[in-house]
Design a protein around this ligand. Structure first.
Ligand SMILES: O=C(O)CCC(=O)C(=O)O
Length: 306
């Protein structure tokens, strides 16, 4: 049983659709840091400052399974245990922690390739920081992006990555936030479990492509928002046609009725959205699917696939 979720209060979410992600990790981190501090100032000329900022998937390295082991860092975080950022071996963790602290915001630090020095595996991992720079949660991408659409796109993360084993959320003073990474969005079970555990908002760093992006990026987010009656959001890198992987872009925030509140185009951008608990409460009371689920009728079909 999850603990009671924080009372849902209004807040402002910012997504950084990060550009200039190249092969130089130091430059990637420097640019990400500048963009976090820029996002923290709020939209011009006088919009509200964000309470929570998110970065995209794989923001410190080029996207591709061959790059993951080269860019991977040892993070060494264990859920529920205090983490000493000062002693971290991860330069990305150090940067994210200090940027969150300097900006005084919650930060969902996109994802980075992580090499676990214990089991030797490489994971695609998202980390979360409080406004005091504490590392408070992490999520290892559970569902690896292994697809093959002939003539369009073939991608096999499992060549170098291992899938995570847990479903994760973090509590802020304004909401319980569930998070996953990119391909995880295709698995409604993950979002449903987090919704049942009290998450009012879900944010997935992602990096869809030019084949599935146009068809599924918006559809999946609006579907998860409506089927779980939560705010749902994904943050992509900007599209860079000189890179080996062409991200779809279009970072967006969707409300619990499926309405798109904010959407980036394809270039580098920062988008902001006001998250309003009224819409969440009205969606859930008007269409009460959260209390109408028939768990008494649904069998366990995990072994039934034919
Ligand atoms: O599901 C998709 O179509 C894209 C997923 C993806 O790009 C990823 O998981 O990194």
């Amino acid at each position: 049983m999850a603990s009671t979720a924080p009372t849902f209060k209004p807040f402002t979410l910012a997504l950084i659709q990060l550009g200039q992600i190249g092969s130089d990790k130091t430059a990637n981190l420097k640019h990400a840091r500048e963009m976090i501090l820029k996002a923290a100032k709020g939209p011009e000329p006088s919009g509200p400052k964000p309470d929570l900022i998110a970065l995209p998937e794989c923001f410190n390295s080029p996207y591709g399974h061959v790059h993951f082991p080269t860019y991977a860092e040892n993070i060494g975080y264990t859920a529920g245990q205090k983490y000493d950022v000062e002693k971290s071996e991860s330069e990305s963790v150090k940067m994210l922690s200090s940027a969150a602290k300097e900006a005084g915001v919650w930060l969902l630090g996109g994802s980075i390739p992580e090499k676990d020095s214990g089991d030797g595996n490489v994971y695609n991992t998202a980390t979360v920081y409080s406004p005091t720079g504490e590392l408070v949660a992490s999520h290892r991408k559970v569902h690896l992006f292994d697809i093959d659409i002939p003539g369009k796109i073939k991608f096999k993360e499992s060549e170098t990555l291992t899938g995570g084993e847990s479903i994760n959320y973090f509590d802020t003073e304004f909401a319980r936030i569930g998070f996953g990474i990119c391909y995880d969005v295709r698995f409604p079970e993950l979002a449903m479990i987090n919704a049942r555990r009290g998450c009012q908002v879900m944010i997935y760093p992602g990096a869809f492509n030019m084949t599935t992006g146009p068809l599924h990026w918006e559809l999946l987010q609006r579907a998860r928002a409506v089927d779980q009656q939560v705010y749902f959001s994904m943050c992509s890198p900007a599209r860079d046609l000189t890179a080996g992987y062409h991200a779809w872009g279009h970072s967006m925030v969707v409300d619990p009725m499926g309405k798109i509140l904010a959407e980036a185009d394809t270039e580098e951008d920062i988008i902001y959205a006001k998250i309003d608990p009224t819409v969440f409460n009205e969606a859930r009371s008007g269409i009460p699917v959260t209390t109408q689920r028939r768990f008494d009728v649904y069998p366990d079909v995990s072994k039934d696939f034919v």
